[in-house]
Each structure stands twice: as C-alpha cells, then as structure tokens.
Write a protein that binds this ligand. Structure first.
Ligand code: ZN
Ligand code: FE
Length: 246
C-alpha cells in the first residue's frame, strides 16, 4: 500500500473490532492504545524490536487494557497520556497537554486535544511529507466517536480542528467500524455517489481481509457526514440519528 511507504505503521486487529497501531522506526516501536498485550509483545519479539513509548488517546479499557503488562515487560517505556487523566490512566509517566510537542523516534509529535468522546481525549499528530494523525475514538471512517463525557459542541469543534489539518493527513483510528458507518450514511443519503463508491472500496478491502484504515483526510471529508455537517445543529441531528441506528 503506497500509504505506508513514508512511515512503517502496522495495524494489529484485536478484540472484536479494535486496531492497535505500531509505529516502527530503526528497531524502536511506539504502540498506540494497546487494548491487549499479547499480540504486541509477540510482534515486537518476532521482529527483534524495543518498545520505546505507549501513546494513550483516552482512558477506556479497550485502549489501555494491555498497558500494565507492557510496562512489566519494558519498565523504562514512556507512557504518554493527558495530564487530565492521572487518575484514570494512572501508569502514565509523561503527562501532556494540548499544543505540546514531544520528540519521539527522532520526530516531532504534536498533542492535539479532541474532546467529546471523553472529557480529556487527545490525538497524536506527526507532521511531515505525509502527515499522520492517531485519533483514537474521535473520528472513524464514515463516523465519529459517541459522546460519552463531552458535549456536542466539543465533538463538533474537535472535528473542525481535524478538518483544519493538512488534507493529505493519513488518519489512524482505533476501531474498524467503517462498513457499518458507511451503511448508516447510505441509509441517510442513498443517492450519494461518493458514499456508494466508498462502500464498494470498503467491501473489497474487507473481503481480502485488509483493514480499511488508515484513510486520507481529503477523501474522508467527501464521505463522512459528520465532517460534512455545516453547523452544530446538523452535527447534533446526525449524532443522535446514529446513536439510534446501531
Ligand atoms: Zn473509547
Ligand atoms: Fe474504543
């Protein structure tokens, strides 16, 4: 896949629909939201790598469940999480806030706070020729995160912020929800050609046992109804509609 030429990012499918992302560079690994530990340890050992950092986008157990065991195996690993989550992500040892930049694996990583799904959700942005965004549960292909702790306004603003990033940003989310999201969107917009094309593309990938993630921001802005919403009212209508659909 041409996407992965710039950076070596591997997706491990775990649980029912989670994806753990591993960014590998020069024998070092950053793991994003390890819901479980076994497949992460197996991959790192099989490839003779070292775990450098764990990035946590938010506190849900399907994102932090494997972290404790990874720390036991690699006691010096950096665990990077929002400073607002010191209680709910207690093993963090690098606490970050919105706008902060860190140097990891020789690259600058920017922290972007994207509230709505939880009251402290963060994303990790790597700028460069092909920018990369690890967005956790804030944006999915064809969908967005449920609003559990935040407000509709916060989630809407988070999506606006994502839209302001470079359009060639590759987005890595934490769940393979794409097909059901696209079916929901088609139910609302049955004649939308871009969404219809997306469905066939997604079905093809899934039938070959491939992930539909990452996705390109520019493409996503054409097919994701939440990103297409023109105002908070439209966004709220869509989010409520989607909550009832699944
Ligand atoms: Zn979540
Ligand atoms: Fe999740």
């Amino acid at each position: 896949m041409e996407f992965n030429k710039a950076r070596n990012i591997i997706g491990l499918r775990v649980l029912s629909d989670n994806v753990i992302w591993l960014w590998v560079k020069d024998k070092s690994v950053v793991v994003v939201d390890p819901s479980v530990h076994e497949p992460v340890i197996r991959y790192i050992d099989e490839n003779n790598l070292n775990l450098e950092a764990i990035w946590q986008t938010h506190h849900h157990s399907d994102h932090i469940g494997g972290t404790k065991s990874l720390i036991e195996r690699w006691p010096n690993v950096k665990v990077i999480a929002s400073y607002k989550e010191q209680k709910r992500i207690p093993f963090q040892n690098v606490s970050v806030e919105d706008g902060e930049t860190l140097n990891i694996l020789g690259e600058e990583v920017q922290i972007i706070e994207v509230l709505g799904h939880t009251s402290s959700h963060i994303a990790f942005f790597l700028n460069g020729k092909i920018p990369v965004l690890f967005i956790g549960d804030t944006l999915f292909s064809g969908g967005c995160g449920r609003i559990f702790e935040g407000t509709y306004q916060q989630m809407y603003s988070s999506l606006e912020r994502i839209k302001s990033l470079p359009k060639n940003t590759l987005i890595y989310c934490a769940h393979e929800y794409t097909k059901s999201n696209i079916l929901w969107a088609l139910n609302l917009k049955p004649k939308d050609q871009d969404i219809k094309n997306k469905l066939s593309e997604v079905e093809k990938k899934l039938s070959h046992n491939k992930l539909t993630i990452p996705f390109l921001l520019a493409d996503e802005m054409k097919i994701n109804l939440f990103l297409r919403a023109k105002n908070l009212e439209e966004f709220t209508f869509l989010r409520e509609n989607k909550d009832l659909w699944v």
